[in-house]
Design a protein around this ligand. Structure first.
Ligand SMILES: [Zn+2]
Length: 149
């Protein structure tokens, strides 16, 4: 009984921590939502849904709240390709763990599951990589937004 109570308290704590991490002001918020890395007020992307055909790479040029120019220099987002290796591997490992270790799939099935995951999540991987990449160069600035101050 004590153990159950204890673990639910720990779970609660982790959950609250997780929510705090997802609040504006944390880099993770910008990375997961694709919002402006400086003010976290609006999406960098023309369409938030990366699966919308033709919209995967369409970004606004500047943030309408803090006037941050996303593309710091020409072909700035080529650097995101380096990040996408890591993000891609993370998705592949997750697919491997779920297919092989949790579902007990065979080697070929696991391999196919990894391939399907990589292809299916490609738009998400690309956007996450861009979000991580741009967050290397910008820091959250609570005073950046002109509309809230
Ligand atoms: Zn902004």
């Amino acid at each position: 009984m004590m153990k159950i109570v204890f673990s639910s308290i720990v779970n609660e704590y982790l959950y609250v921590k997780f929510l705090q991490m997802l609040k504006k002001g944390n880099k993770l918020y910008s990375i997961l939502t694709g919002s402006c890395p400086k003010c976290h007020e609006e999406s960098m992307y023309v369409n938030k849904n990366p699966y919308k055909p033709g919209h995967l790479f369409k970004m606004n040029e500047r943030c309408s709240h803090c006037d941050t120019k996303y593309k710091i220099e020409p072909s700035f987002f080529y650097g995101a390709m380096y990040v996408s290796y890591g993000v891609g591997i993370a998705f592949a490992v997750a697919a491997f763990v779920i297919a092989k270790l949790l579902l007990g799939a065979g080697l070929v099935t696991t391999f196919l599951a990894i391939c399907a995951t990589m292809i299916g999540f490609m738009p998400v991987i690309i956007r996450l990589s861009r979000n991580i990449w741009i967050n290397f160069f910008f820091k959250f600035d609570p005073n950046a937004s002109r509309t809230t101050s």
